[in-house]
Each structure stands twice: as structure tokens, then as C-alpha cells.
Ligand binder design. Structure first.
Ligand code: T1G
Length: 700
């Protein structure tokens, strides 16, 4: 029998059922029906004595179809399919040919035997969707592997190499011999007692109770603000405290508790948002990417070195240029030290360190860059310096070479205009540390060619970044929005809130750190120089980051000098509040006629987050971002916005666009001249709030 998503063939006395629901065997309604039909057919066929379930696709199965979570008639549910399999009177073997995730692994756990391939990985990543395995995974997995292993897999959601899980696989073999091995296991099982996973007895012990307590404590610290991880632990605990069917019921209750949370909606939104970012409807699908064999980086400083590591990690040769040999040597030494540190932590072998270092060549001559397919400039953030570099590159680089700037705020069109090839110029904005942060803002200039954009998006995937296409404006998307957040936090200090209180409110909201700790860590001088270059934009508002400016002018540029907004003891990164900063704020407030007052936590949170969201709507309105969810991807991966809130735009939808618009209007009306200038609600925000149009459907 062959229908669109399941095929079935007979091998001797074994029925082989193959899933084929492209691209990842998401266990959609159609696939669930197909599996039920195929298994029932095999059970009723007297010629058939055993069954193998496998996949015709590279993956065994990516689990439940997440796109079905938004509702509709979902019968037959996955647990019904798995009960049919587990209660089959004929032995069923799962031939796990590729990744088995979520419900895909739960399907394999419900089978009576499992075989797989030696390099395979499997997992229960539901926690990343704000939920937990809801088709028996929390009850069956602990019956097949040690409790600690089951807990680690379910609470972390991480893919796990099958060699760690050999208790649950009766055979681990090669891809070529997998199906034969599965048929062989099936035939040997004929006539034997069928080992249903649910029949395996497990019980709680004192030692296990300790494991659970330790996992709960570790999770509470590590998964700060997340709802699902603790529920995952509760579900696994039920497997040891209740009979199987009651444990299954408990799992279902906990699953529904998770499913109905804003966190689950946010994390499921983010799953698709991250994938949607790769889509560029304005570029023809058949646009060919350019071939990138050799990369050159201008600048071997912190950013240049981090960027270079991304390419060396991907096996792409890199030539790094510094005009001074000493700077070049220093840059390469820092890279080597980074790799050696990874080796010390066991993340790299010494051989891999040497292999990567061998891909990094230095030069002090522009002429050595003539063969580079892509050149990325990572020099000082000053337009005149950038232009010098691009004029030099324009002279030496071969035709068709892509010339990229790593600028974090400057006008890519202005940079492109100083070359004879603006169509080959693009922005590749890496986030620091460039070898760690996943986000890559890809900045399309007015004249950037489609194939240059396509090449950049493809390259992002090659170097394991999440590329998001943005347009040209000050700060593109991320830094344009973070600027209003920085302005507002600075203003709140003038109005009487302390930096440490603002930082704590933002930390408790879910960001990794508040604006002042972040500013000290990055260096207050970065923002200072940007403000100097944009004085015209802020000259009407003398309060704009005035305390930060005074600190920088006094040499207090942050952690790197031991004092910024906070003080730091030698060798420590722990921020220590400094009363003198409050005195500066009080003095400046008095000079500016700003009344200090008690400000509620809620107002502090709203005034830091809502203007950031409002700017996101302005960015959407101007077409700087392709879609609202791209802004979410930028904020989660570039600034640590909590994924359990889905990103600023998802968070806005969860709060309600009307509420955001009303609060912007409220601060516009209640903060005097300051409010009138900075809190005007975006027209698009107001329009979408009134029309109740879902943000996901908005296209400029
Ligand atoms: N449902 C629907 N679509 C899915 C999907 C899924 N589970 N997994 C992937 N896709 C789509 C994806 O959106 C993309 O679409 C295409 O497939 C290729 O995906 C009851 C309730 C498996 C590691 O969380 O982690 O089971 O963009 O680009 O890089 O307990 O896909 O092409 O239109 O990511 O090779 C649990 C989610 C579900 C796994 C493969 N399962 N998927 O990565 O491909 S909940 C997951 C992944 C559940 C049960 C519970 C990855 C992958 P488009 P891709 P990839």
C-alpha cells in the first residue's frame, strides 16, 4: 500500500512500514492515520508475523507537527497511534534510520525493539517549545535508560548520541545494513514474549530521590523564568511513583499545563520565526549564490578575530590584514588562545586547534587580498576609516568579490558609494563575541545585488549563524531599538530610579543583564562615540544619556577600567553600586529641572521595553525588517531577550497591541516635553491595534 505519507512492503514474513511525510516526517494527522492503517493492515494479514517501522527520509521523524498546535481536529492523537503499536500482537521493530525527535522518538519507544545507526542522534526537545513529551516519552524513556539520562534528555531537550543510549537499542549498526538488521530482529522476535516498554517496572528509591532533588535545584538556577523544565521533572518523577497508565495520565495533565502558557506560545512562535528569517520573497528562488572559497578580514582586533574564527571553524581559509605586523601577531595570538581554551575544556582536540590555525594566514599587504571571494571589514567604527578601507579594497579585489562591512550602525549605502561596485557591497553585522553570538544582521544596501544577499544568507548557515536580512538606517534593527532602551534607562536614573534597581527589574523580566551592567561590560565609550556622531539627533534633549556622558568624560568607561556606572574590584565582574553616580544624576536632574520621584517597577519595565517595541513598529513600517518575527529573532539571538517571551514583537502581541499603544500615549501625555518627543505611538502600532490584525500577517 502506498499513500502520500506512508509506504508498505513485505520482506518475507515481515511488513516494512516506511514514513515519507517530507521534509521531516512531522507526525501530522495524515501520517498518524497512515501509520494506523498500515499497522492494522499488517496485524490482520495472516502472512505477516512481524512489523518494522522506518522512514524513507533522512530523518526518522521530527515529532509532532508543530503547525497543528494552533488547533483543529487532531484525531487520531499520537498516544492512540502509540498504544496500537505497543499493544500489537505481532512484534514491531523501529528501524531508526536518522534523527528521531519528540513524538518521533516516542514512536520508537512504543515499538518493542529498536535498531539504529552508529552516528545517529535522538532527542526529546519539547522543552524548547515550552512543553514536555506528551506521548509517553516521560514514562517510557526512564523504563529503557537510567533515570539520570532520561532526566538530562527531557529537561535539556538536547540531541543525544545513540551510543549513550545503547540500553534502548537492541542493535546499533551501519546505515547500509539497518533495514536487514531490523528485519532480522523482527523475525527472531516471532513467537517470543513481546516486550512492551510500558510493562517494565521501575520505582523511586532514596538514591533516585536525590537525583531528582539535584536536578530540580540545578534546573531552577539554570532555566530561570522558564515554566516547562520543572514540569518535565515532575512528569519523569511520576514514572517512578505511579503505575504506567496513571503516569501517562499525569504526563497529560502536566503537558496541558505547559501547552496553555504564554511561554509555550512564545517558544513555538520562535521555532517558526527562526526558520522564516531565511526566506527572502523579494529574491528569485533560482538566484545562484556566489562561490566563497577564500575569505579576507580587515582588522585582527576583537571583532576581526572573532569573525575570522567563524570561517576557520567552518574550514574556510581566511587571510587577515593588519597594516602593522605587531597588531597582526597579537590578533592571531588571541585567536590561538581562544582555541587553546576550548581545547582545555574538551570542546576541541589539539589537532582541531592546529587545523583551524592553519587556515588563518596574516598579511600587511592589501595586494594579498586579490584572490579573496569575500572581504569583511572590521575596523574602527568611523565612516572616514571605513571609506579608506573600501577605496583600497575597490582597487585590489577581483571582480565579483563581495565587499562587506561589519559596521553596527553606519550607512552601508554611503560606504558602497565610495567603490565602483556598490552592487557587491553588503553589511555583515556580527555581534560580539563574534565567534559565539548566533545572530548575523545582513544589511542590504540600496544597490546590493540579489546574489550577494543570497550568498550572505547561505554563508550565515555555513558558519552556523542565524542570518536576518535588514535594511539601511541608523543601527539597522537591533541597535536602533537598543538605543531607545538605553536612552530611557538613562532618563529613569535622572528621574530617581537607581541603576541597580532598573537592572534588577530587567534581569527579572528575563534578559541576561540590565542596561547598566550591559553598558559597563560593552564599554560606555561605545555609546558615547555614537552619540557624538549623532548630536543633531539628540540636541533638543539635554537629558539624553547625560549621566553616561559625564562618566565617560571622567574616564569611567566601564568594566575594562574597573569603573563605569558601577565599581569593580580587581579581577571581578561583580557590579558594585556607586553612590557618586546617584549624586551626578541628582545634580544633573536639578540642572535640567527634572523632578525626581518614586517610580514603580511596572513603569520602569514599561518605559524600558515599550519604546523598544514601538521602534520595532517604526522599523516594520519603513520596511527595514521583512517581518515582525525577524525582529524577534534579532532580539533573542542578538540581545538575549528571553525566548520564553518570544521576542519583543511576540511579547507585544501577548500583552496586547492596544495596551502598548495606550501606555505609549500615557507616557507621551504625562512626561512633559520629554514624553511628547519620545513617546509618540507608532502609527503602525495604533493601526494594527485598532484593526486587530495579527502581526504575522502584516507585510509592508
Ligand atoms: N513540525 C512541523 N514542521 C517542522 C517540524 C515539526 N516538528 N520540524 C521541522 N519542521 C519544518 C521546519 O519548520 C522547516 O520548514 C522544515 O521542517 C525543515 O526543518 C507529542 C508534542 C528535526 C533538528 O521540536 O528541531 O513531538 O522552513 O530547517 O535543520 O511529545 O527541524 O522548510 O518551511 O529545522 O534539518 C518536537 C523540531 C515536536 C523538533 C531538523 N520536535 N524540529 O533540522 O531542518 S513536539 C521538535 C527540529 C512533539 C510530542 C510532542 C529540526 C530538526 P520550512 P529544519 P533541519
Amino acid at each position: 500500500m502506498v499513500d502520500s505519507v506512508v509506504s508498505q512492503k513485505t520482506v518475507s514474513n515481515v511488513s516494512v512500514v516506511s514514513m515519507a511525510n517530507a521534509p521531516v516526517n512531522a507526525l501530522s494527522k495524515a501520517l498518524r492515520v497512515g501509520l494506523i492503517d498500515a499497522v492494522n493492515k499488517a496485524i490482520s494479514d495472516t502472512e505477516i508475523e512481524a512489523i518494522v517501522i522506518t522512514s524513507d527520509l533522512p530523518l526518522f521523524s521530527a515529532g509532532a507537527d508543530i503547525s497543528e498546535f494552533s488547533g483543529g481536529d487532531l484525531s487520531p492523537m499520537l498516544p492512540e497511534v502509540l498504544a496500537l503499536i505497543e499493544n500489537s500482537p505481532k512484534p514491531i521493530v523501529a528501524a531508526v534510520n536518522g534523527g528521531a525527535f519528540g513524538g518521533g522518538l516516542e514512536l520508537a519507544l512504543a515499538c518493542h525493539y529498536r535498531v539504529t545507526t552508529e552516528k545517529n542522534k535522538v532527542g526529546l526537545p519539547e522543552v524548547h517549545l515550552g512543553i514536555l513529551p506528551g506521548a509517553g516519552g516521560t514514562q517510557r524513556l526512564p523504563r529503557l535508560v537510567p533515570a539520570a539520562t532520561a532526566l538530562q534528555m527531557i529537561v535539556s531537550g538536547a540531541p543525544t548520541p545513540v551510543k549513550v543510549l545503547n540500553d534502548m537499542f537492541i542493535k546499533i549498526t551501519t546505515p547500509e545494513s539497518l533495514l536487514d538488521a531490523a528485519v532480522d530482529v523482527a523475525q527472531q522476535a516471532i513467537g517470543e514474549v513481546i516486550p512492551a516498554t510500558s510493562k517494565i517496572e521501575i520505582a523511586m528509591t532514596e538514591q533516585l530521590a536525590t537525583v531528582f532533588a539535584q536536578t530540580e535545584a540545578h534546573t531552577a538556577a539554570k532555566a530561570r523564568g522558564f515554566f516547562a523544565p520543572a514540569k518535565c521533572i515532575d512528569a519523569v518523577k511520576a514514572a517512578f511513583e505511579l503505575p504506567f497508565n496513571e503516569g501517562l495520565k499525569r504526563e497529560g495533565e502536566l503537558f496541558m499545563q505547559c501547552m496553555n502558557t504564554p511561554q509555550a506560545r512564545a517558544q513555538q512562535h520562535f521555532f517558526f520565526a527562526e526558520r522564516a528569517a531565511a526566506s527572502i520573497p523579494s529574491i528569485a528562488k533560482d538566484t545562484k549564490a556566489r562561490d566563497i572559497q577564500q575569505v579576507a578580514i580587515i582588522g585582527a582586533g576583537t571583532m576581526g578575530g572573532g569573525i575570522a574564527m567563524n570561517f576557520a571553524n567552518a574550514g574556510i581559509p581566511v587571510r587577515m590584514l593588519e597594516l602593522e605586523q605587531a597588531a597582526l601577531d597579537k590578533g592571531l595570538a588571541v585567536i590561538r588562545k581562544n582555541y587553546e581554551n576550548s581545547a582545555k575544556k574538551g570542546k576541541l582536540t589539539q589537532e582541531q586547534v592546529e587545523q583551524r590555525m592553519s587556515l588563518l594566514q596574516g598579511t600587511t599587504e592589501y595586494s594579498d587580498l586579490s584572490e579573496a571571494d569575500l572581504v569583511i571589514e572590521a575596523v574602527f567604527e568611523k565612516m572616514s576609516v571605513k571609506k579608506q578601507v573600501f577605496e583600497a579594497l575597490d582597487k585590489v579585489c577581483k571582480d565579483g568579490a563581495i565587499l562587506a562591512t561589519n559596521t553596527s550602525t553606519l550607512d552601508v549605502d554611503e560606504i558602497a558609494a565610495c567603490t565602483s561596485r556598490p552592487q557587491d557591497v553588503i553589511g555583515l553585522h556580527f555581534f560580539s563575541p563574534a565567534n559565539v553570538m548566533k545572530l548575523l544582521e545582513i544589511v542590504r544596501g540600496e544597490k546590493t545585488a540579489d546574489d550577494v544577499i543570497k550568498t550572505s544568507m547561505k554563508l550565515a548557515k555555513t558558519i552556523r549563524k542565524v542570518g536576518v536580512l535588514v535594511g539601511v538606517c541608523f543601527g539597522f534593527v537591533g541597535n536602533r531599538m537598543i538605543e531607545v532602551y538605553g536612552r530611557e534607562s538613562g532618563r529613569l536614573v535622572l528621574e530617581g530610579a537607581t541603576p541597580e534597581r532598573i537592572d534588577k527589574i530587567i534581569y527579572d523580566f528575563g534578559l541576561p543583564m540590565g542596561p547598566f551592567t550591559m553598558g559597563d561590560m560593552a564599554g560606555l565609550d561605545i555609546g558615547y562615540f555614537v552619540r557624538q556622531s549623532r548630536k543633531a539627533f539628540i540636541e533638543h534633549d539635554p537629558s539624553y544619556c547625560t549621566v553616561a556622558d559625564e562618566l565617560v568624560e571622567a574616564g569611567r568607561v566601564g568594566l575594562k577600567v574597573g569603573k563605569g556606572v558601577y565599581l569593580y574590584e580587581q579581577g571581578s565582574r561583580t557590579p558594585i553600586p556607586d553612590p557618586s553616580v546617584i549624586e551626578i544624576a541628582q545634580r544633573r536632574a536639578k540642572e535640567l529641572g527634572i523632578e525626581q520621584r518614586q517610580i514603580s517597577d511596572q513603569e520602569i519595565l514599561e518605559r524600558c521595553i515599550y519604546p523598544l517595541i514601538n521602534e520595532g513598529f517604526e522599523i516594520l513600517k519603513e520596511g527595514i525588517a521583512q517581518r515582525a518575527s525577524d525582529i524577534d529573532v534579532i532580539y533573542v539571538y542578538g540581545y538575549g531577550f528571553p525566548v520564553h517571551r518570544g521576542g519583543p514583537m511576540q511579547y507585544a502581541e501577548e500583552i496586547g497591541l492596544q495596551e502598548i499603544a495606550d501606555k505609549m500615549q500615557h507616557y507621551h501625555d504625562s512626561l512633559g516635553e520629554y514624553g511628547k518627543h519620545w513617546f509618540k505611538p507608532s502609527d503602525l502600532l495604533v493601526e494594527l491595534a485598532q484593526s486587530k490584525q495579527a502581526l504575522a500577517t502584516y507585510k509592508k
